[in-house]
Ligand binder design. Sequence first.
Ligand code: ATP
Length: 460
Amino acid sequence: MEKIVSLAKRRGFIFPGSDIYGGLANSWDYGPLGVELKNNLKARWWKKFVQSRADMVGLDAALIMNTKVWEASGHLSNFSDPLIECKNCKHRFRPDHVDGIIMNASITGEYGSGVGIGMDDGTRIFIKEETKCPDCGKKFDLADKPRQFNLMMKTFLGPVESAENTVYFRPETAQGIFVNFKNVADTTRKKLPFGIGQIGKAFRNEITPGNYIFRTREFEQMEIEYFIKPPETEAEWSEVFKAWRQSILDWAKDLGIKESEIHEYEVPSEDLAHYSKRTIDFEYDFPFGRKELYGLAYRTDFDLKNHNLDYTDDEGNKFIPHCIEPSLGVDRSILAAMCSAYAEETIGENDVRVVMKFPKWLAPVKVAVFPLLKNKPELVAKAKEVYNLLAEDLTVQFDDNGNVGKRYRRQDEIGTTYCVTIDFDTIEKDNTVTVRDRDTMEQIRVKIDELKEWLIKNLK
Ligand code: ATP
């Protein structure tokens, strides 16, 4: 993990937020390469799940919504995590983020020695005797009774900081979709089943953010609400659920994640979110442990019902559609893709190259263009010409610094798929360039006239 964080900072993928002012805990800024990576990710998702499907449309709703939305959706009363405080250092934690604490502990459970505590909402946690505070390392004693902490991030609209001006940043993009359900259904005349996809920021006042960009208080989601007729049998919604489950697995594979790195966790009924009848968490083996990457939930008619929204079919039947929600975190996708792509390869004798083996579509830079020598104006001029030609259609970098071997290493480290070198043969002989492949390191010569076409074909 340290290697990835350091590479990401050194090469301009991800910087610590507000760095020159000492940073802001758990906030991160995407640099020049990070933003390319993120844009490629979001564009692929949009193309795959919104534009190329006849049963999907897109949306981009406001971040701050009428507070009534959050009352109706249940977020103001239910969107909370349990919070505990260490008696010694006074730091606060989400109990399921502390090793040695069992959530939803049964009264009769056999957990060894320790203490079981009930919370106001009826849930019970068990703190094993040997549990240590993750921050101060002392034996974990509770400062106070555990309580539920609402994760909604608050602000005020307008100059007066009053109760009636209090609003919330959305904790999920989903509600923007639900409240627009009728607008979308009426304007697009889509018939069920159909879905609405949205990409955007969400905010949660997480108790224990951390693990780099894995858990932050400001993050981005790619969500779909897929609406179906109220199912009469379990099979009717299960089939749709299954199809989306497969789509998520296919997406993870497309991202460069190996099948063995992803694990499905069927969330037990007592742990389900307040709106869900069934949820699968898709977990990934991050360097800091196996954790949730994506979620898939059957939200029933919970949301549309609470917003008093319904649908009338062609036969004039009025009903409330149900929905299945595949919810994908953008930042967690980026982190998983970076972890899966990172490789150290021994080449030659005792030589190691670091290479980010991103899938081609995801690589932030597609092609790097080098003049063989930077002090030969004719090579530099030709290389600039090639750069300009390619930059019209591809993300290209120009590099004339250091020897070509070093330049290859620099490009490997950021995952550039092809390096194009302009040498003396280019200008003196046959107008061809060397194209070097990131993964195989093989080099071939391609005519400049055919170069763009060759690259576009091979980048597919
Ligand atoms: P967790 O149990 O890790 O808190 P969650 O189950 O609350 O996550 P969901 O509400 O299902 O998460 O959110 C959907 C997706 O949004 C997650 O699968 C994840 O990819 C992303 N996500 C949620 N919370 C955060 C966060 N604090 N930082 C970054 N991404 C997040």
